[in-house]
Design a protein around this ligand. Structure first.
Ligand SMILES: Nc1ncnc2c1ncn2[C@@H]1O[C@H](COP(=O)(O)OP(=O)(O)O)[C@@H](O)[C@H]1O
Ligand SMILES: [Mg+2]
Length: 343
C-alpha cells in the first residue's frame, strides 16, 4: 500500500476579498497545487482537500497518513497556522513548519524581536499599533513602512520608502486602514538583496545556492526594491542571479544568519530567508516559513535547480525530510508515519 498524502489548499481569497493582490495570489496558488499534485501522484496516493469549513470532516474521512498544507489562510495575524492547528488537533502528521513558527514568521514585528534577542542582525525598527505613537528619533531616514503580517509584497509599494516624519505618519495611517496592525517602520537598507533557500532540519539543513535579486534594470518609478508591482509585473526587469556572485566570507555569513533565523523561529523542513547587505553584514528582513513552490517561477525551485535538484526531486526531498523529522520527534509518539508505506 502506498503512503496517502493530503494536499491541503486554501479557498480562493478572491471569493471574499477581490483585489489585484488576492487575484494574483489565487492564480499562483492554484497552479502550484496542480503541479505538486502531479509530482506527488508519481509516488504516493494523493487526495486534495480544501481548507474550508468542512475541513475537519474531510480530513477524518480522507484517512491520510501525512498532510502537505499549502495554506496561507484567509484572515487574521495567525492565519498560516490555522490548518496546522487543525492537523495537530486531529493528530495528523504534516509537512513544514508548525503552528508557532508560521505565526512568528508571518508577524515580522515579533520575528524581528526574536532575531534581535538572538543577536541576528535585522534593520532597526519601530512598531506602530496606532498612527498617534511617538516616533523613535534614533531611527535614521529613509525608512520603509510595511504591514507587519503580510507577505508577497502586499502593502509594499514605491511610496513605502519615506524620507521624513510627515510622510512616515501618513503612510502608517494609510496602512493601518487596510491591513492588520501593527505597522512596521524600519531603516531602509540600500545594499544588495539576497534570498536563501533552506531545506532540512537541525544539523542536516541544506542551503540552496544563494540568489541575488538585482533591481538595476527596474525603472526608477517602480522603486529599486521588491514592491508588489515589481514582484508581480516586472519579473523580466528583475535580475535573479543564482548562484549570487559573492565571496566565500559573505556567503558563509549570509548562510549563518539565515540558518540561525530559521532555528530562532523554530521553522521546519523548508523555508526562505530574505536579507540585505550593509557594510558586508547580512541583515535579515524576514523569513518565509511557507515559501512559494511554483516551478520555474518561485525562488526556491529556481535555487534548487541550480543545486541540481529538479522540481520533482525538490518536492520529494521535502516530503522525505519531513517524514524523517516526524519519525525522530519524540514529542509526537503517536503520529509516526508508517514506514511500511514509505517507498
Ligand atoms: N529594511 C529594508 N531595507 C531595504 N529594503 C527592504 C527592507 N524591508 C523590505 N525591503 C524591500 O521590500 C521587499 C519586501 O519586504 P519583505 O519584508 O521581504 O516583505 P514580503 O513579505 O512582502 O516579501 C524586500 O524584498 C526588499 O526589497
Ligand atoms: Mg520577502
Amino acid at each position: 500500500m502506498r503512503l496517502k498524502i493530503g494536499l491541503i489548499s486554501d479557498k480562493p481569497q478572491g471569493e471574499t476579498n477581490c483585489t489585484a493582490e488576492t487575484k494574483h495570489t489565487d492564480i499562483q496558488k492554484k497552479s502550484t497545487n496542480e503541479e505538486i499534485y502531479k509530482v506527488l501522484k508519481k509516488k504516493y496516493d494523493v487526495v486534495e482537500i480544501i481548507a474550508d469549513n468542512r475541513i475537519i470532516k474531510n480530513l477524518i474521512e480522507s484517512k491520510i497518513d501525512l498532510a502537505f498544507p499549502l495554506c496561507t489562510g484567509i484572515s487574521g495575524e495567525s492565519r498560516q497556522s490555522q490548518v496546522p492547528a487543525i492537523l495537530e488537533m486531529l493528530r495528523i502528521p504534516y509537512i513544514g513548519s508548525g503552528i508557532l513558527a508560521h505565526s512568528l514568521s508571518l508577524n515580522k514585528a515579533v520575528a524581528k524581536q526574536i532575531f534581535a534577542y538572538n543577536n541576528i542582525l535585522t534593520p532597526s525598527f519601530q512598531i506602530f499599533n496606532t498612527a498617534g505613537e511617538n516616533f523613535n528619533m534614533n531611527l535614521k531616514f529613509p525608512l520603509i513602512v510595511k504591514p507587519s503580517c503580510e507577505g508577497s509584497g502586499f502593502g509594499i509599494h514605491k511610496d513605502s520608502v519615506v524620507y521624513n516624519k510627515q510622510d512616515l505618519m501618513g503612510k502608517i495611517k494609510s496602512l493601518l486602514k487596510s491591513y492588520c496592525p501593527p505597522v512596521l517602520a524600519e531603516e531602509f537598507i540600500k545594499g544588495r538583496e539576497f534570498t536563501i533557500g533552506i531545506i532540512g532540519n537541525g544539523s542536516e539543513k541544506r542551503f540552496l545556492p544563494i540568489m541575488e535579486i538585482n533591481f538595476d534594470d527596474v525603472p526608477e518609478k517602480f522603486g529599486k526594491f521588491y514592491t508588489f508591482e515589481v514582484k508581480s509585473q516586472l519579473s523580466e526587469k528583475t535580475k535573479y542571479i543564482c548562484p549570487a556572485s559573492i565571496n566565500k566570507d559573505i556567503e558563509l555569513k549570509i548562510k549563518n544568519s539565515a540558518g540561525r533565523a530559521f532555528d530562532a523561529l523554530g521553522c521546519r523542513d523548508f523555508a526562505r530567508v530574505d536579507v540585505r547587505l550593509k557594510e558586508d553584514q547580512p541583515y535579515v528582513l524576514e523569513i518565509n516559513s511557507l515559501p512559494g513552490l511554483k516551478s520555474q517561477y518561485s525562488d526556491l525551485p529556481k535555487m534548487a535547480l541550480k543545486e541540481g535538484l529538479s522540481y520533482d526531486e525538490l518536492i520529494f526531498n521535502i516530503v522525505e525530510i519531513s517524514i524523517r523529522r516526524i519519525n525522530k520527534d519524540k514529542r509526537y509518539m503517536e503520529e509516526k508515519v508508517s514506514d511500511k508505506k514509505i517507498s
